[in-house]
Design a protein around this ligand. Structure first.
Ligand code: DOR
Length: 430
């Protein structure tokens, strides 16, 4: 299928310019002004829109295998495409967990039919149990680059050190840590602070995160291994990463939209929609996360899309699972909360959603310039479209968004995966 993306503003790693884009056989054929459509091409109107490399989510819970009542690779892939994503890194806390070649292959097989590229992560430890290393080399041989026990922290510093030493021999491998000291966080269900005291909900201190960030920075320095910090949520953690980068250490970090848009005060109604790990924190933490995104301390906006079935999220706060949806709202939250108020310009916001995460995950097909010869993985979005989040209209199989009724600016118009418009005029095509 051939395409002409007409009348948009291209923003990519090379800058910003008015240009049409012609796509032929899955590849960008031409970029320039006033291009005409090749014969038989589909024309995608992009007037008033930004045309950028497709977004890359470093942190998606697709729940397959084992949690298909919450999400599948197909439904999560569709949610991703509607959010402008062309690649998703699938988290390994599935059932069974992604700690064997067979499960990696199962995820990749199902991913081939999804309207997003799905790349499997792999566990750091067998069963995410934190006791024995998973077969990192074997998983790496199948294309796994991000290793993580996400959902759980690798609490044993000696094991984390060994994993880092081992992974150094695997080109492109990165160890992504869910920073949560198991002892400090034990029994907690929200951020420890004024709100947890008032509500009588046991809390987890921000230090449960930051002590692991500090520890793993030390281990990155000791081993020379690459550490990526998942979903940073606290001001101290951001400061630690900033200092580590200033020392030239090979660390990267991501933040999730809920950690720059929502505070722990929202737990006031005991609604588990606001329960997430790491927990929602305070205004000063939000400010620090935003500053970290603005000054380059944080490299990527990652969704931590964590679908849960309604019956699970309707349990009492202390029994409900943590997590919230993210794929279909990440772009709009980034634009509404960071770009519109002037904290980030559009190119920087797209860098955080696209090419910077693509580099961390080693996905060279994604996030590259919109230029002739490149694979056509493209997001086209209207940065001024105004809409209201309606959970019933989301493509995810689950409904646990904390943003119901929120009015946001910015909406995906078309998503193109390998030259195929998988989203056209805001509608999923498969
Ligand atoms: O809130 C969360 N939910 N944090 C995690 O780390 C795991 C995730 C999930 O799998 O539901």
């Amino acid at each position: 299928m051939n395409l002409l993306i007409h009348g948009g503003t291209v923003i990519d790693v090379d800058g910003s310019r008015r240009a049409d884009v012609v796509v032929e056989d899955g590849v960008i054929a031409e970029v320039g002004e006033n291009l005409s459509a090749p014969s038989g091409a589909t024309v995608l109107e992009a007037d008033g829109c930004i045309v950028s490399p497709g977004f890359v989510d470093l942190h998606t819970h697709l729940r397959e295998p084992g949690g298909e009542d919450a999400e599948t690779i197909e439904t999560g892939g569709r949610a991703g495409a509607l959010g402008g994503y062309t690649a998703l890194v699938a988290m390994p806390n599935t059932n069974p967990p992604i700690d064997t070649a067979a499960v990696v292959e199962q995820v990749h097989r199902a991913g081939r039919a999804a309207p997003c590229h799905v790349v499997s992560s792999g566990c750091i430890t067998k069963g995410r149990a934190g006791e024995e290393l998973a077969p990192l080399g074997e998983l790496h041989g199948l294309g796994v680059r991000i290793f993580t026990d996400d959902g759980t922290c690798v609490g044993d510093a000696g094991l984390m050190r060994r994993a880092l030493e081992y992974a150094r021999a695997l080109p492109g491998a990165v160890l992504a840590q869910h920073c949560e000291d198991p002892q400090l966080a034990r029994g907690g269900h929200m951020n420890e602070g004024a709100w947890s005291s008032r509500l009588g909900i046991p809390g987890m201190p921000a230090e449960a995160e930051s002590v692991v960030v500090a520890r793993d920075i030390a281990l990155a320095a000791l081993t020379g291994g690459r550490v990526h910090f998942l979903h940073l949520s606290s001001a101290t953690s951001v400061e630690l990463v900033r200092a580590a980068k200033a020392r030239g250490l090979a660390v990267t970090a991501e933040a999730a939209p809920h950690h720059f848009t929502l505070t722990d005060s929202l737990c006031c109604g005991y609604d588990p929609l606001y329960k997430v790990n790491p927990p929602l924190r305070t205004d000063s933490d939000i400010k620090a996360v935003k500053e970290g995104l603005a000054d380059g301390t944080i490299d990527a906006i990652a969704t931590d899309h964590a679908p849960h079935p309604a019956q699970e999220k309707e349990r009492p706060f202390d029994e409900a699972p943590p997590g919230m949806l993210g794929l279909e709202t990440a772009l709009a939250l980034t634009l509404t909360e960071l770009v519109v108020p002037g904290l980030l310009d559009l190119p920087k916001a797209i860098a955080l959603l696209s090419w910077q995460p693509a580099r961390i995950a080693g996905l060279s097909e994604h996030g590259g310039p919109i230029a002739a010869g490149r694979p056509a993985h493209i997001a086209v979005f209207d940065p001024a479209a105004f809409w209201e989040v309606d959970p019933t209209k989301l493509a995810s199989r689950s409904r646990n968004t904390p943003y119901a009724g929120r009015k946001l600016t910015g909406k995906v118009r078309h998503t193109i995966l390998a030259g195929e418009p998988v989203v056209r005029d805001g509608q999923a095509q498969r």
